[in-house]
Design a protein around this ligand. Structure first.
Ligand code: G3I
Length: 352
């Protein structure tokens, strides 16, 4: 049975696709997507640097392929991501003719970008990560160029512009480490305040870049319960569970930080030992049991498809052999896949 058949619409299940997969160059991964998933997110092709690399240039070819791939296969398309501090070209944050950047100009650029991109995929991309990673782990505002130039209001503006461009699209706030309570509370305050002003927000995306030992379900679930109380849907938007060694301070996805290459940080070059594969399987089963318990959970998206294409082969250490997903480097299902299938079957037939 496939993941989407087992889930029977309980929540959407999907994966992020890289540029090669979107271009049709990875039949193994595409077969998995078509069999198991009903939603896709592009890893990179709907980011600002890919779509609008220069002030006078938009590049839509790869994003158009993503939209076509989704439509051909009847998949729910998620657009990732409109306003972020990474993968945004430096010209966006530069003032006109060498002058310092002023807020009005930045806002005009944001509006033009969102109108053009969301407008182009109107009615096709059904949900957008409108703002990504606005908070630090302690719940304070991230001092991004957006925040520095526009203050908190940049988030409201981004949601308003997206809604103007496609009134039917679902709009999400997305961040990592939302299991950390101060960050979770900051996201909740933001979403409640936007909705209190009548601004459309449909969901909160928790990225879910986790490791084998943490965060524990006992830490994730209380935050999930808090997110649920907002009344918007909760999505686990970038799920992967990293079995390689990583300092606790690097849990999450703060890609501005990196570690040097060192052999002890890359212990499973020849394959994941059975015992570790088993721990990974139990951990995946546990988190999926948690997902089905919560009615607010409306989507779970893996970040990448197989261990061959995971971004974790290159972060926080470049060039490692990582094993964080349900399919191995050849696209074969791992014990973690079978554990998820069993956990879902049992939880769903028990009427959870
Ligand atoms: O586009 C260039 C290409 O021209 C060049 O030849 C190639 C050589 O390295 O690099 C290409 O850019 C890469 C880009 O992905 C597109 O493939 C960057 O080096 C690489 O750093 C970038 O990584 C992406 C990362 O975000 C950086 O922002 C990952 O693919 C992507 O999986 C990752 O996704 C993020 C989410 O958007 C937000 N949450 C965290 C998650 C993981 O970091």
């Amino acid at each position: 049975m496939t993941l989407r058949e087992i889930l029977q619409g309980r929540f959407l299940i999907g994966a992020a696709l890289n540029n090669g997969q979107i271009a049709g160059q990875d039949p193994v991964a595409l077969e998995i997507v078509k069999r198991h998933f009903n939603t896709i997110t592009p890893e990179d092709v709907l980011k600002w640097d890919a779509l609008h690399p220069a002030p006078d240039r938009f590049e839509f070819a790869a994003a158009d392929r993503f939209a076509a791939l989704g439509e051909e296969n009847g998949l729910f398309l998620v657009g990732h991501t409109l306003v972020w501090h990474h993968q945004t070209p430096s010209w966006v944050f530069e003032g006109a003719r060498g002058k310092p950047l002023d807020g009005e100009l930045l806002l005009a650029r944001m509006r033009e970008y969102i109108r053009t991109v969301v407008g182009r995929y109107r009615g096709r991309v059904q949900g957008w990560d409108v703002v990504n990673e606005a908070f630090e782990d302690d719940g304070t505002w991230r001092q991004s160029p957006w925040y520095t130039a526009l203050g908190e209001e940049y988030v409201a503006k981004a949601f308003e512009f997206a809604h103007e461009a496609d009134p039917d699209a679902e709009l999400y706030y997305n961040d990592y480490n939302l299991w950390k309570m101060p960050k979770c509370q900051a996201a909740i305050r933001l979403v409640n305040s936007l909705r209190g002003r009548g601004i459309r927000v449909d969901g909160i995306g928790e990225q879910a870049h986790w490791v084998l030992d943490g965060p524990r379900v006992e830490e994730i679930e209380p935050a999930l319960a808090e997110l649920e109380k907002t009344g918007v849907r909760v999505m686990f938007t970038e799920l992967d569970i990293d079995p390689l060694p990583r300092p606790e301070a690097l849990i999450g996805a703060d890609i501005s930080k990196r570690l040097e290459v060192a052999p002890e940080l890359d212990p499973y070059r020849d394959g994941l030992p059975e015992s570790v594969g088993q721990r990974l399987a139990e951990r995946y089963a546990e988190v999926f049991r948690m997902f089905v318990k919560h009615r607010a959970v409306s989507r779970v998206t893996f970040w990448c498809v197989t261990d061959a294409d995971t971004w974790l082969n290159n972060w926080p250490v470049r060039g490692r052999t990582n094993h964080p997903l349900l399919w191995d480097r050849q696209g074969r299902p791992k014990p973690a896949f079978h554990a998820v299938v069993e956990a879902l079957k049992r939880a769903l037939t028990a009427g959870a």
